[in-house]
Ligand binder design. Structure first.
Ligand code: IPM
Ligand code: MN
Length: 353
């Protein structure tokens, strides 16, 4: 198969983890005789420096024409004082919006070999496997924002429409059918009107999916349950803000944020794959960043392309690297294994199968 992939390295450790992900993707390409064409585009700090815009139009246009976008990370505190719309993070939000990426999927899976690294009791963590479905182009992230004239009052509107909720709801229900058939809708319906709308819409949709068990959880309670009893979850469906918070929290279960991948699915089959971790500037250039979040995002991309054998082999390789403890120090204390070495191991594993 021939696929056009736009690659955006972004800031901080982005270029380092992307390098490993491309290496791995190349080994899949060779093994299965695919043709992956990469187009590198600029976004984030580099784009601010070069074009005065964290997400230039050329980058967005290329992404819109691609079969998929592979994204590293974005964020640089140097630009924290820049006005709204001009910070690196704003670039990512703009791209999500322009590509219509309304559904962000973040798998939370534990690996028994590295469970010890999590601060949570081991017996709670064996065989955890759930997906967070985070709405990505609406809610408080994209509502009207502003300040009063004297700047002493600020507001961020949280708005959702029935249509927006139905779009992500449909993907979540469909995914539930091929899993344990359970959806936990996470909201704050005891306080927020948008949450009440989410409940109404999802409840109505659930009538078409009689085999799917639907439960409602308030965000504060869900935040506790994720730590106390993570095994109980199959699919968590939630809005943009709650999904952002819960996914960082859930990373504690897997032992490291560096392990978490994500897929964002949008209108007209647009898609973007990115690790959940940020730009982690403290690790930049040190060859210690965990590339697995980015490599597993590639695996989600392969699945999206319908390349199932490829995905299975890649995940087998990742599992093997963890079993053999070829891991960066975020998952194995004082490990001397580098970012590059993790990528090399996985590349070699794929080549030799
Ligand atoms: C994420 C990130 C982004 C978000 C930031 C960088 C804007 O934290 O993808 O989880 O809040 O969505
Ligand atoms: Mn986040």
């Amino acid at each position: 198969m021939k696929k056009n992939v736009v690659v955006i390295e972004g800031d901080g450790i982005g270029p380092e983890v992307i390098k490993q992900a491309i290496k791995v993707l190349n080994s899949i390409e060779e093994k299965f005789s695919h043709n992956f064409l990469y187009k590198k585009m600029i976004a984030g700090s580099k784009a601010i420096e070069m074009f005065g815009d964290p997400m230039p139009k050329e980058t967005i246009d290329s992404c819109l024409k691609s079969d998929a976008v592979l994204f590293g990370s974005i964020g640089n505190s140097k630009y924290d004082h820049y006005p709204r719309g001009m910070r690196p993070e704003d670039g990512l939000l703009k791209l999500r919006k322009k590509m219509g990426l309304y559904c962000n999927i973040r798998p939370i899976i534990t690996y028994s070999e590295i469970i010890n690294k999590s601060p949570i009791k081991k017996e709670r963590l064996e065989n955890v496997n759930f997906l967070i479905f985070r709405e990505l182009t609406g809610g408080i992230y994209f509502g009207k924002k502003g300040r009063s004239q004297n700047k002493e009052e600020a507001y961020d509107y949280c708005i959702y429409s029935k249509k927006e909720i139905e779009k992500i709801g449909k993907i979540a229900f469909q995914a539930a059918l091929s899993r344990k058939k359970k959806i936990s809708l996470v909201d704050k319906a005891n306080v927020l009107e948008t949450s009440r709308l989410w409940r109404e819409v999802i409840k109505e949709m659930s009538l078409n999916y009689p085999n799917v068990d639907l439960e409602f959880l308030y965000i504060d309670n869900a935040a506790m349950q994720i730590i106390m009893n993570p095994k109980k979850f199959d699919i968590i469906l939630t809005d943009n803000m709650f999904g952002d918070i819960l996914s960082d929290e859930a990373s504690v279960i897997t032992s490291s944020l560096g392990l978490l991948p994500s897929a964002s699915i949008g209108v007209n089959n647009k898609s973007l794959f990115e690790p959940v971790h940020g730009s982690y500037p403290q690790a930049e250039g040190k060859n210690i960043a965990n590339p697995l979040g980015c490599i597993l995002s590639v695996s989600m991309m392969l699945e999206y392309f319908g390349m199932c054998k490829e995905k299975i082999l890649l995940e087998e390789a990742v599992k093997s690297s963890i079993e053999k403890k070829i891991c960066t120090p975020d998952i194995i204390d004082s490990s001397l294994v580098t970012t590059e070495e993790v990528g090399n191991y996985i590349e070699k594993y794929i080549k030799n199968r």
